[in-house]
Design a protein around this ligand. Structure first.
Ligand SMILES: *[C@@H]1O[C@H](CO)[C@@H](O)[C@H](O)[C@H]1NC(C)=O
Ligand SMILES: *[C@@H]1O[C@H](CO)[C@@H](O)[C@H](O)[C@H]1NC(C)=O
Length: 125
């Protein structure tokens, strides 16, 4: 149950916390637009950063949220912990049923949210 609530909180943060983009002009993920590796979103207070990252010397790419202000990257949540992407060609998108979907270069689904309710105007702020 605790894990479930943590996950719901993280998803709520992703969907409702006002994130601002850096490194690119993307400031929202709109349906069918993808969000590529190399772009990150920073929450308005500059506390959290969301995007693709690697750990240590590994080239594996993960999608997650980390504390931006702490010197050494402190990851608070990882989407694809068990299923890293081996290259820099992953992308995030929101599909037509409003799920956040992480795709590898060949467009296979690496990870996704699974909201059963259709979101009317899905958008990640
Ligand atoms: C896509 O790539 C992944 C590994 O990156 C592989 O496991 C999967 O089989 C590939 N899918 C297709 C359709 O090529
Ligand atoms: C959107 O992604 C979810 C999760 O992967 C999947 O269950 C759903 O079928 C997808 N919707 C479409 C229209 O592809």
């Amino acid at each position: 149950m605790a894990i479930f609530f943590t996950l719901m909180l993280i998803i709520a943060v992703i969907f409702f916390f006002p994130f601002q983009a850096v490194f690119s002009a993307v400031d929202t993920i709109e349906p069918f637009k993808s969000f590529g590796d190399g772009t990150t979103l920073i929450s308005n207070g500059g506390i959290f950063e969301f995007g693709f990252f690697s750990r240590g010397n590994s080239k594996n790419r993960y999608v997650g949220i980390w504390y931006k202000k702490i010197g050494s990257q402190t990851v608070v949540w990882v989407a694809n912990r068990c299923n890293p992407i081996a290259d820099n060609f992953g992308s995030l998108t929101i599909n037509s049923t409003g799920n956040l979907v992480l795709l590898s270069q060949n467009k296979s689904v690496v990870w996704s949210t699974s909201s059963s309710k259709q979101i009317k105007k899905p958008i990640v702020l």
